[in-house]
Design a binder for this molecule. Sequence first.
Ligand code: ADE
Length: 240
Amino acid sequence: MWHASILTLFPEMFPGPLGLSLAGKALRDKIWRCDARDIRAHATDRHRSVDDTPCGGGAGMVMRPDVVDAAMDAALTEGVPRPALFLTPRGRLLDQALVRELSAGPGVVLLCGRFEGVDQRVIEARGLREVSIGDYVLSGGEVAALALLDACVRLLPGVMGAAESAEEESHGASALLEYPHYTRPVEWQGRSVPPVLLSGHHAEVARWRRAEAEKITRERRPDLWARHTGTETSARAIAG
Ligand code: ADE
């Protein structure tokens, strides 16, 4: 069973939305386990404090290394060793390659920060991989952890239908953005479904979708487009 442990000051935020839909069913099917742990349970002083003022001054509070370390210890004693990640806007950007890597392993231990941050020494001592879900600032790592877990869980064997997982595989390092989708009614508010999609010509449909995917990727994500054209070029070079 893929095992997610989440270290947080708000354990009641988990599984949250992941208790519903695809991830919720997988949870009930015991494909994965969601183990939310209260960092405050590892506080040692009589105020049960988990944070303190920043050395050097400044606004906000910093999570104490000793308390975080004890919480990590408790989480990691359970089951097999798992990679430990710290959700922070300072981290490397989460992408599908990292999601694939994590979902292929035994699970994750996720540290969710609140306040201004976490003492740097426990990040270093524990070798935590710092991961961000995007260039914006959330009020804590919990929502980022939910996003990461959602992305990992849908890739676990038995969670998605065979069709979608096969499609997922086709998105290699050179993924394009998806082509637009349409369904009935064929006419809606004066807008028509593109006729090619009603033609029944599978090859034509595939060609149209491919062209649309390329167009939208070029327009919206020149970074992905550059990577895509790069891998296409090297694939051709290898093929000779
Ligand atoms: N915590 C606060 N903002 C975050 C972000 N963008 N990604 C991951 N963790 C965060």
